[in-house]
Design a protein around this ligand. Structure first.
Ligand SMILES: CC(C)(COP(=O)(O)OP(=O)(O)OC[C@H]1O[C@@H](n2cnc3c(N)ncnc32)[C@H](O)[C@@H]1OP(=O)(O)O)[C@@H](O)C(=O)NCCC(=O)NCCS
Length: 92
């Protein structure tokens, strides 16, 4: 299948120091170089600007906007779908 997805969650104490980006980049590198993945995807709540930024910094492209995809504490949230392909990961 050669497809995988990634997600991340950091202790608030460590936000804003580039850790999520660094970790996600390392996982992409492992996924493409060691596991020989073809496609790695992720998603986030559309309002989660920090996560959007991380996904774009690691070179993922937005492929979809899924309306009211996720129910969190009784409220529906839109999700963005992101992905990167093996031949797009040269900058990692
Ligand atoms: C999302 C999360 C993992 C980011 O971790 P992090 O280590 O702080 O991320 P980084 O420092 O690598 O990068 C964050 C980027 O978002 C930006 N950012 C943070 N808050 C932002 C906001 N409110 N608006 C716009 N940009 C924002 C930062 O400036 C940074 O971008 P920059 O490097 O261009 O300045 C962390 O906030 C987290 O664990 N959140 C809770 C769980 C979660 O939402 N997980 C993702 C589920 S999809």
């Amino acid at each position: 299948m050669r497809e995988a997805n990634i997600g991340y969650e950091l202790n608030t104490q460590y936000w804003g120091q580039g850790y999520a980006t660094e970790a996600a980049q390392a996982i992409l590198k492992f996924g493409f170089e060691e596991l020989r993945m073809h496609r790695i995807w992720s998603w986030c709540v559309a309002q989660n600007l920090a996560s959007v930024r991380v996904l774009e910094k690691i070179g993922m492209r937005r492929e979809g906007h899924l309306r009211e995809k996720e129910l969190i504490k009784g409220k529906w949230y839109d999700n963005f779908l992101y992905a990167i392909l093996d031949h797009e990961s040269f900058s990692i």
